[in-house]
Design a protein around this ligand. Structure first.
Ligand SMILES: NC(=O)C1=CN([C@@H]2O[C@H](COP(=O)(O)OP(=O)(O)OC[C@H]3O[C@@H](n4cnc5c(N)ncnc54)[C@H](OP(=O)(O)O)[C@@H]3O)[C@@H](O)[C@H]2O)C=CC1
Ligand SMILES: CC(=O)N[C@@H](CCC(=O)OP(=O)(O)O)C(=O)O
Length: 345
């Protein structure tokens, strides 16, 4: 067993923070000692989330220096542009930080400011952050003190394209990612467009002319391709609570056995499951689990590869991925607290 870590969660009333609580409650090497919410400070966690009655015996507290004094690891499950104000002091105090928000994902602070609408508060720390996708950066994550967990769409899209790009099989100037997400991706704060009456029994694209995950996906795929990639990314909102389904298209430059390429690429990955040839993964098959399930097709035996990649946006797309990084950072087995499959059906 690795040493037990004293853990704080900033943003514990949000969907990603609550999912972290659920996962860490079953983690033998994590002791959750603080969970913050400014709006609900003083409220028992179990009052906000009765599922955690008898499991998490804490009240929400305000996020201030004293809250973290006694912690080894601080998870930020806060909206963008919050963590960056607290991270410098936490690192200076010797804490390790796992940020689920976008504050440290983009390497270029000017690009970050353009997409997130404010100047970065600590651009000097961006380089220190390791992008928290274990399938890409396992070793660096293990040695990091600041991890920038990927966005939910980037996780599904990057894992789907990675084997094709790594093997040099596709034209990286014409990639297409058509992705669908459930409403929990938008967080718990009230937004009229996410009311039941506004989104149920309907389905729409959004962010067609530019979504903030576009520069992130381009950055990561560009690293894999060792050069710029051309990517069309169109997200859609589906009236379900959890799940992302990404349908990815790429023009093949070579005719090889794609099934074998994908099976080989992910043979040793605990959280990427390559389905049998011809399969079509469903979001409910990964619900509440840290698994990314992938199928690769070549319709009509033509020159287009179609990859189907599904994750739970709150687990492999957020809290589960953060726990996977935590496990690497503390030297615990990577699957600790993450191995259970989701509910059936
Ligand atoms: N939902 C998802 O599917 C995914 C989310 N993420 C990322 O995780 C983060 C959290 O998302 P989500 O849980 O959906 O968001 P929510 O809106 O559901 O929750 C946000 C939480 O952060 C707290 N908070 C808000 N502003 C601040 C602040 N300035 N300082 C400290 N705490 C703050 C809120 O509580 P209070 O205001 O009371 O303090 C609340 O607990 C976001 O960055 C999101 O992009 C990443 C991948 C997927
Ligand atoms: C439905 C919905 O609004 N989804 C969010 C998904 C992004 C998210 O959750 O934030 P991360 O950048 O941390 O992944 C969106 O499109 O903005």
């Amino acid at each position: 067993m690795a040493d037990t870590q004293r853990v704080a969660i900033v943003g514990g009333t949000g969907y990603a923070g609550a999912e972290l609580l659920r996962l860490l409650a079953g983690h033998p090497e994590a002791e959750v000692v603080a969970v913050t919410s400014r709006g609900d400070a003083g409220t028992p966690v179990a009052e906000a989330y009765p599922q955690l009655r008898g499991v998490i015996d804490l009240e929400f507290s305000v996020p201030e220096a004293a809250t973290f004094a006694d912690c080894d690891v601080v998870f930020f499950a806060t909206p963008h542009a919050a963590a960056m104000h607290d991270v410098p002091a936490l690192l200076a105090a010797g804490k390790r930080v796992i940020d689920l928000s976008a504050d440290f994902r983009l390497r270029d602070p000017a690009l970050w400011a353009r997409w997130y609408g404010v100047a970065h508060a600590c651009p000097e720390l961006i380089e220190r952050a390791v992008y928290g996708l274990p399938e890409l950066n396992r070793k660096a994550i293990a040695g990091a003190d600041l991890v920038a967990c990927p966005g939910c769409y980037p996780t599904a899209v990057v894992l789907g394209f990675k084997p094709l790009i790594d093997a040099g099989l596709v034209d990286v100037s014409t990639l297409v990612a058509d992705a669908k997400t459930g409403v929990s991706g938008a967080g718990k704060s009230l937004k009229p467009g996410f009311l039941f009456a506004e989104m149920n029994e309907s389905f729409k694209a959004y962010g067609v002319d530019g979504h903030r995950h576009l520069p992130e996906i381009r950055q990561v795929l560009g690293d894999l391709a060792r050069g710029d990639v051309g990517l069309t990314f169109v997200p859609h909102l589906v009236p379900m609570i959890r799940g992302i389904h990404a349908t990815l298209y790429a023009q093949l430059a070579d005719r090889v056995d794609l099934q074998a390429v994908f099976e080989r690429a992910y043979a040793d990955e605990p959280f990427v499951d390559v389905l049998d040839a011809g399969a079509t993964p469903e979001t409910r098959h990964v619900r509440a689990s840290n698994m990314c399930r992938i199928a690769v097709h070549r319709p009509g035996d033509g020159d287009t590869a179609v990859v189907l990649s599904v994750i739970d946006n709150l687990v492999k797309g957020a809290a589960g991925q953060a726990v996977q990084c935590f496990n690497l950072m503390i030297g615990a087995p990577e699957t600790r607290a993450l191995a259970a499959p989701g509910p059936l059906p």
